[in-house]
Design a protein around this ligand. Structure first.
Ligand code: HEC
Length: 123
């Protein structure tokens, strides 16, 4: 009797535990990875918001993990008013060659808009 109990544990229960563990880790390893903010950038003005609002999903930016293709690379925009307009009302002037696909950030607090504008301005 004792032997039978052991046999069923090893031949039936343990394989399923193994399959369960494999499935669990397979799913975890295959989860899409959001751009993770490198330690140290959490306090950097501008950069921290670029991660919080995931600009890098659509824009290529000079920050780790930000390599989006939907919008233009953010670089050399030397016009604060234009950058602010792009954030608040992206549909007003759609950049040639790109779709009107950027969400509006008009609801952000003015201080955050300013922080983002300054950051994009100096890229
Ligand atoms: C869902 C995709 C998406 C996200 C997220 C996104 N953008 Fe955009 N963005 C676009 C697209 C597409 C364009 C080009 C069309 C246009 O001009 O509206 C664009 C245009 C811009 C422009 C104008 C660029 C130029 O060369 O004229 C700026 C500046 C900009 N985005 C900044 C940002 C910032 C800063 C963030 C994060 C707070 C952000 N975007 C988030 C898709 C996105």
């Amino acid at each position: 009797m004792k032997r039978d109990w052991k046999r069923s544990l090893f031949s039936f229960v343990l394989p399923w535990v193994g399959i369960g563990l494999l499935a669990f880790f397979w799913v975890r390893w295959n989860e899409p990875k959001a751009p993770v903010m490198p330690v140290g950038l959490a306090e950097v003005p501008g950069a921290r918001l670029m991660y919080r609002y995931e600009c890098g999903r659509c824009h290529k930016v000079a920050l780790p993990g930000m390599d989006g293709k939907m919008g233009p690379p953010l670089r050399g925009l030397r016009d604060r008013a234009y950058i602010e307009e792009s954030l608040r009302f992206p549909g007003r002037r759609v950049k040639h060659g790109y779709i009107n696909g950027m969400p509006s950030f008009n609801q952000l607090p003015a201080a955050e808009i300013k922080e983002l504008v300054e950051y994009v301005y100096q890229l």
